[in-house]
Design a protein around this ligand. Sequence first.
Ligand code: SF4
Length: 451
Amino acid sequence: MKDPLELFSNLLLVRTEQAMKNEYLKNLPYMLYADKDGQIYDHPYFRMAGFSGCYSVVLGEEDLMPMPEFSKLFFIPDCPPIGLDPSTGEFKTVSEIEVDGVVTKCFAVAAFIEPGLVRSHLPAVDYGPKSYILPMWAYTAVGFMDESYWTAAFRIEYNHKWDPRNYDDRELIPAIEKFQKEQHGGPLVDHLINCATKNHCFAAKNLFLKRWEAPLPVSQTCNAACLGCLSLQPDLSCEASHERISFTPSKEEIVALAVKHLDQAPEAIVSFGQGCEGEPLMEHSLIADSIREIRRKTNKGTINLNTNGSWPERMSAVAKSGLDSVRISLNSARPEFYKAYCRPKNYDLTDVAASISLSKEMGLYTMINYLVFPGITDQEDEIEALGDLIEKTGVNFVHLKNLDIDPQLYMQNMPAPKSKAIGMKQMVDILRQEFPDVELGYFNKPVRADT
Ligand code: SF4
């Protein structure tokens, strides 16, 4: 028979561990819920949980941070939140709550966090009742504790040039008026005034504020059909975030805007490939001709291209024209996950990898715009595939951008996982260890000194 003392001490150990676990659970932020009008409340009992993919998880201390003030809060109609019972450690769908004898239906709450932060967990939501597609935001787990909101995220980069506190629209309108007096207008300027004032695009605001990174959208078409495309959503049940540009700007207007910005703005960047257009490589000749003309007129600042990297030959032609840096977007380094999200036409991930490699070989500052999603990006197989891609291509910088998409839609379209998700923070730690020379961040940067 087993030694009773041993049995007792084991029991004591289990009890102590359970008590400590319960203590920890009790110290987690409270779950949030909203009523049908979107009024947000903290639940008096259940604690905040998170999703990795579509699985409920208990959040660790390292996963949580106070939610920065320029974050947004959303409620998710028809969908109850999933909370954590601090006494049992069980996850519970909380469909309703009774307060002072009044029963209220509960709807899940999510945050959209400030730029520069990587989301570690998705909101814990029962999407069962949902019959619509959520607009494209990077929904993030959020809770409430000690009079403040807490979110599941960690900072990957701080850059004052993208800090919402440095964008005051009271300065913008006079700046636009002054810009219009100084510069000949044109369809591209009008388009960018709409981007700056209606879509609140920071890059468009910078053009008129004459500083930092400014946009040069040129393409109406694309050779992919990303599930989360910001400028074109064929499925009418989900509105695109931006109106796609509806004309092709002239080389003259592109060059005039670019030269003025590169000559005048501090730490100037002009970027082809914006959220309000299709794929810029569809207009590679216009871009290459414009860059040659820009560089004939000024040697200042950085000329950047944000692209899906689908066309190595065209990438090479644009690089030869005088491009300084390139940022190539992908949601995954695994072909089946890439294909399921980007739905490419007549190209695949090998073409994208080839564009990354040749960009580096041709001396461009080469960046990957990695669209990250907890539960997919931190799968062991994905981390390995990304490691192979970084090793093979010699990329300089990896942007860790939270993917703006309806979490349920994304999970429904991604292949079934073959390996476990180890956590977004753990994924970043591995990248840092494996590739100490590769910069991890969130924002484009000038790569050419202001000469
Ligand atoms: S590559 Fe860009 S423009 Fe094309 S579908 Fe994807 S997000 Fe949209």
